[in-house]
Design a protein. Structure first.
Length: 340
């Protein structure tokens, strides 16, 4: 690796862990570490967990330490990416209006950038991953929730206050189940992992034939069924699991029809564990899509799997450092006038 190539330290904060990794300007993750997150303690305890991850990452790569040019942080929202403030994420109770980016920047003397984890992952995919070369990207990570990010011209679209692109909370059924956000019928409440497992449990509880394979995976307990079990049952030919996942694919098609009508991205990228599973249903989603959009060329939009899997948070955080929108102000030499 050329000695002059900058390295970015990507920090991925979750409710139970903090992951950190050294990432090159070409998107290669050189090394990574993981430490527990103290999410329900004090502000200082939460910050200390992040510091432990940073220290561990630097200690793992002592020869590259001097090459670290900036620090990026991806975190659950809500947050303010422009001010670098964590507002009040439900799974990070330790922080309320906490200026995390400034705290880390003062401690390490390096430019530090903060953004929503889905936005950051979308940026990494646009710069280095499956969205490279596309002018506009819609990224969706499907797991226990649904997070999304919009990239236009290589930059995150933040909206007026930094709260844009919450695609997981687009409602497609106002009579639908209540989402954790308080709205009815959000796609997250209908197609994320917990929604899939809930549909499976309801169908198992209703009785009838065809339940044997899924029940066997759950040791005979319908209440123990998970989305992963539904996927595993489908892979061995279980018809009940197939029906549940087909319903999920159709719900995603309705949702994506709205996304296409509103945004018409050049590419749609799926990440996350559920995203990987539903990528096997791309054919069904594409087949149904034209019924849910007025865009006659909707089937030309590629559906692709994300490059970065469980490392999307680290890669995304590092990508924030490379973003021209973030880096540009740092290139100005203070005290010198620009030439006209």
């Amino acid at each position: 690796m050329p000695a002059k190539e900058p390295i970015y330290l990507g920090i991925d904060i979750g409710g139970t862990k903090v992951a950190a990794g050294m990432v090159t300007s070409r998107g290669k993750i050189l090394s990574k570490v993981r430490v527990p997150m103290t999410s329900d303690g004090s502000e200082a305890e939460g910050l200390a967990a992040v510091e432990r991850a940073i220290s561990a990452a630097l200690e793992q790569e002592p020869k590259r330490r001097a090459a670290v040019a900036a620090i990026g942080i991806s975190s659950p929202g809500p947050l303010d990416p422009r001010k670098g403030i964590i507002i009040n994420p439900p799974n990070l109770a330790c922080w309320h209006n906490f200026p995390l980016a400034k705290k880390i920047e003062r401690l390490h003397g390096l430019p530090t950038f903060l953004d929503n984890d889905a936005n950051a992952a979308a940026l990494a995919e646009a710069i280095w991953g499956a969205g490279r070369g596309y002018g506009s990207v819609f990224y969706a990570t499907l797991g226990t929730g649904i997070g999304t990010g919009v990239i236009l011209g290589g930059q995150i679209y933040h909206g007026r206050t930094g709260a844009a692109a919450e695609g997981g909370h687009v409602s497609i059924d106002y009579h639908g189940p209540k989402c954790a956000c308080g709205k009815l019928g959000c796609i997250e409440a209908l197609a994320a992992g917990p929604a899939v497992s809930k549909r499976a449990r309801e169908r198992l509880a209703s009785g009838g034939a065809g339940r044997e394979q899924l029940l066997a995976l759950a040791d005979g307990n319908p209440g123990a069924v998970t989305a992963e079990m539904v996927g595993a049952a489908w892979h061995v030919g279980d018809p009940l699991a197939a029906a549940i996942l087909q319903d999920t694919a159709d719900l995603l098609a309705i949702w994506l029809g709205n996304i296409v009508d509103l945004f018409e991205p050049d590419v749609i990228i799926f990440g996350g564990g559920m995203g990987e599973l539903m990528s096997e249903w791309f054919g069904r989603i594409r087949e149904q899509l034209s019924a849910w959009t007025i865009n006659s060329r909707c089937k030309e939009i590629p559906f692709v799997r994300a490059r970065y899997g469980e490392d999307s948070g680290i890669a995304g955080a590092a990508a924030l450092c490379l973003s021209a929108k973030n880096a540009k102000p740092r290139t100005i030499a203070w005290g010198k006038k620009r030439r006209k």
